[in-house]
Design a protein around this ligand. Structure first.
Ligand code: F6R
Length: 249
């Protein structure tokens, strides 16, 4: 894994996404707070004429089950509001959380990703429990898009987006760890000390379904972009800095 520690997570991650921002390029987008600086930076570059989203296709990582598509907290609404509407990216797909047949919706979503030729660059956040997408601890390391039940910790972490904690859905449709692992490049962003333990487990801990993000240790093109606080519990922090400072030419 490449570990980048920076005070501008948004700029570093926008640079990492750039190769997929071309006609026919396929990006994987995350929701939640972590990617917001990345989206702000991409909107800024778009307004400055530095990046063009014409012909780019996007796939979301996950979706709450049971929220109608127009619900303000459905991830398909969130991504339009926070990012894609601002850059003219209209080909945005997500798992269909508003369905009576979630298994079928999951299989259809896998087929859509495959038909698009797979994901060029997948942007990821990380949960305080080590999840990526909504692959909670003990998720199969080879899982595909499917229904998952959120942990109490994740529902509590995400309660800030909902009117009341008990209105956070219990279930989601999420790309599996196997699905995410097929993206040609993965870029995980994390900010703040609340993520430091999960980041350390993902980067330096054993490969384990108990920390689902640790599966990225298998990925040949995984970049982890952190602010100082999120990097705060990495044992080899000095080494990552020296790698950053002395890139081979
Ligand atoms: C969201 C997603 C989740 C979040 C994670 C961190 O689409 O897949 O894995 O990235 O829960 O959430 P934030 O960034 O809000 O701390």
């Amino acid at each position: 894994m490449e570990v980048i520690v920076t005070e501008d997570v948004g700029v570093a991650a926008a640079d990492a996404l750039a190769p997929a921002l071309r006609p026919g390029g396929v990006v994987g987008l995350a929701t939640g707070s972590s990617p917001l600086p990345v989206y702000r930076e991409l909107i800024r570059r778009h307004r400055a004429g530095r990046v063009d989203f014409t012909g780019v296709r996007a796939f979301l990582l996950d979706e709450y089950l049971g929220l109608p598509e127009g619900h303000p907290q459905s991830y398909r609404s969130v991504i339009r509001r926070e990012f894609t509407d601002h850059v003219g990216l209209s080909d945005v797909r997500g798992p269909d959380g508003d369905t009576a047949d979630a298994d079928r919706a999951a299989a259809r979503y896998e087929a859509e990703i495959e038909a698009a030729g797979g994901i060029d660059v997948q942007l990821l956040g990380i949960g305080t429990d080590g999840h990526i997408g909504f692959n909670e601890p003990t998720s199969s390391l080879r899982s595909r898009t499917r229904v998952k039940t959120l942990t109490a910790q994740t529902r509590s972490d995400n309660a800030r987006f909902f009117e009341a904690p008990d209105t956070v859905p219990h279930h989601v449709l999420t790309q599996g760890l196997g699905t995410i692992g097929e993206a040609r490049r993965v870029v995980l962003v994390a900010s703040g000390s609340a993520k430091a333990a999960a980041v350390a487990a993902a980067v330096e801990g054993p490969l384990s379904a108990f920390c689902p993000a640790s599966v990225l240790q298998w990925h040949p093109e995984a970049t982890v972009i952190l602010d100082e606080a999120a990097a705060g519990r990495l044992r080899l922090l000095d080494y990552y800095r020296s790698v950053q400072d002395h890139k081979p030419t």
